[in-house]
Design a protein around this ligand. Structure first.
Ligand SMILES: NC(=O)c1ccc[n+]([C@@H]2O[C@H](COP(=O)([O-])OP(=O)(O)OC[C@H]3O[C@@H](n4cnc5c(N)ncnc54)[C@H](O)[C@@H]3O)[C@@H](O)[C@H]2O)c1
Length: 239
């Protein structure tokens, strides 16, 4: 049990990578609060033995209230995973302003609000803690036909470095994982097929593989790792 008696707050925990992480955390002994926009996540949470709070990660007050509810429910907070996200669409010309604002509101500002309110709470508790942000391989290299996603994930990369070094002496670690294309409800079948051979590994990734990396980063085994961006992309960004 790598996370015995730890309390974890997981945004976007109702689906995909957040859900795989929630299940793995619970198997490792953690108590989990799922925060998600989709009210159906209540059923998912009940099924896996997590608690659920509904909200919108792109609204600062919603994230602040959800962090407070997690502490009220469990008494403290030790780990956060910022996995709420949307795909975005359109290149620098074809992206609408609405798409730009929505994608960055969720994938970029939402990660900031999560880090801000969680780290405020960790500092109050005075006993360290861990945040893992979901960046993407498209935060390390661009995807030309998706400007908002590329920009927001690039922002998450450097946000993680800044947040992960500011309170390192207080024992607060912030890292990001940068996945390649992973089989989740976010990715449609043609995209999975298109990307399988673009990864040097010759396939797309599985949610459990990302959940296992996040679990390692959240555990004490990773206690000297902070401000790091770890690719998990079958080699995509290595060549
Ligand atoms: N699947 C991939 O290939 C892949 C690759 C790299 C990075 N990522 C990143 O991983 C994260 C999770 O992606 P996923 O593949 O699990 O997607 P997913 O669609 O399966 O899950 C995302 C979850 O976020 C929730 N969400 C969306 N908007 C929200 C909002 N405003 N407030 C709160 N919750 C909201 C959704 O309801 C959903 O439950 C995202 O940040 C994504 O960009 C995914």
């Amino acid at each position: 049990m790598q996370l015995e008696n730890k309390v974890a707050f997981i945004t976007g925990g109702g689906s995909g990578l957040g859900l795989a992480t929630a299940k793995t955390f619970i198997a490792e002994g953690a108590k989990v609060m799922i925060f998600d926009f989709n009210p159906k996540s209540q059923e998912v949470a009940d099924e896996i033995g997590a608690k659920f709070v509904q909200g919108d990660v792109s609204k600062a007050e919603s994230v602040e209230a959800a962090v407070a509810k997690t502490v009220e429910e469990f008494g403290s907070l030790h780990i956060a995973v910022a996995s709420a996200g949307v795909g975005g669409e359109g290149d620098v010309v074809t992206s609408t302003v609405e798409n730009w604002e929505r994608t960055n509101g969720i994938d970029y500002s939402g990660v900031f609000y999560t880090n801000k309110y969680v780290i405020e709470q960790l500092l109050k508790q005075g006993d360290g803690g861990v945040v893992v942000n979901l960046a993407s391989m498209f935060g390390l290299v661009a995807v030309s036909n998706n400007i908002a996603y590329s920009a927001s994930k690039g922002g998450v990369v450097n946000m993680t470095r800044a947040a992960g070094t500011m309170y390192a002496k207080e024992g607060i670690r912030v890292n990001a994982v940068a996945p390649g294309v992973i089989r989740t409800p976010l990715i449609d079948e043609p995209t999975l097929e298109q990307y399988a051979n673009l990864h040097p590994a010759g396939r797309v990734g599985e949610a459990q593989e990302v959940a296992d990396l996040i679990t390692f980063l959240a555990s004490d085994k990773a206690k000297f790792i902070t401000g790091a961006i770890i690719p998990i992309d079958g080699g995509y960004t290595a060549v």
